[in-house]
Design a protein around this ligand. Structure first.
Ligand code: IMP
Length: 207
């Protein structure tokens, strides 16, 4: 009988509890020992794209820990706001409630301006998750992106999830991210879709 293999440590380069919960569920079937990033570690997100920021975080945390590291940078692009908040999604305001408040106010103003020009309201949006995996030396070995299209609701709905989840509606299901169970968001959400692309490559790399 082959000896049981030791799980490979994989650090999740994030301080966001919501993201860590989602990754822990997505990674549960892999022979990995999931670890949080070092306490208090903050990597400055100076990149101009989500992918660049995911790479920065994966490289820095892998170098600091000497472990395989998975980083995610995600963002919400709203059509009527010309793609904002986008790469600035985390820095749009100081708390989730304030970020949602600012988004709804700016979208309402943009749609009033569209109305004044005789244009219909536009509530289309898209979540993107850029994932990067660095090896223990800090070299980027895998990169993928997942997307989830949807609509911005006029008011928050649902008590689950985190971040912008209560105002992001997935029209096919008629549910906001915050109204979905974890498995459903894991299947159709941007992070789950990115992870579906990453998983076979990660198994091949670490298996
Ligand atoms: P970052 O990827 O940590 O820079 O986070 C980007 C911003 O988008 C933060 O405000 C997060 O709370 C938010 N965000 C990231 N992923 C999700 C998600 O799956 N649902 C809702 N908000 C999210």
């Amino acid at each position: 009988m082959a000896p049981p293999s030791t799980p490979t440590p994989l650090v999740i380069a994030s301080g966001n509890a919501g993201k860590i919960r989602e990754f822990a569920a997505l990674l549960a079937a892999l022979p990995l020992e999931i670890q949080p990033q070092p306490e208090g570690m903050e990597v400055e997100e100076t990149g101009t794209t989500l992918a660049a920021n995911a790479r920065l975080k994966a490289e820095a945390v892998a170098r600091a820990t000497g472990c395989w590291t998975l980083a995610d940078d995600s963002g919400l692009a709203v059509e009527a706001l010309k793609g904002a908040p986008g790469v600035q999604s985390a820095r749009y305001a100081d708390s989730d409630a304030e970020r949602i408040g600012r988004l709804l106010r700016e979208l309402a103003a943009a749609n009033r301006a569209r109305g004044a020009e005789g244009l219909p309201p536009e509530r289309g949006a898209r979540f993107t998750a850029a994932l990067a995996v660095a090896d223990p030396t800090g070299r980027i070995r895998l990169e993928v992106e997942g997307h989830c299209p949807g609509l911005i609701l006029e008011e928050p709905r649902g008590g689950g999830g985190f971040g912008y989840d209560p105002v992001f509606l997935v029209p096919e299901l008629g549910l906001s991210f915050a109204e979905m169970d974890k498995a459903t968001k894991g299947r159709i959400g941007h992070r789950g879709r990115a992870f579906a692309l990453l998983e076979p490559k990660l198994r091949a790399l670490l298996g």
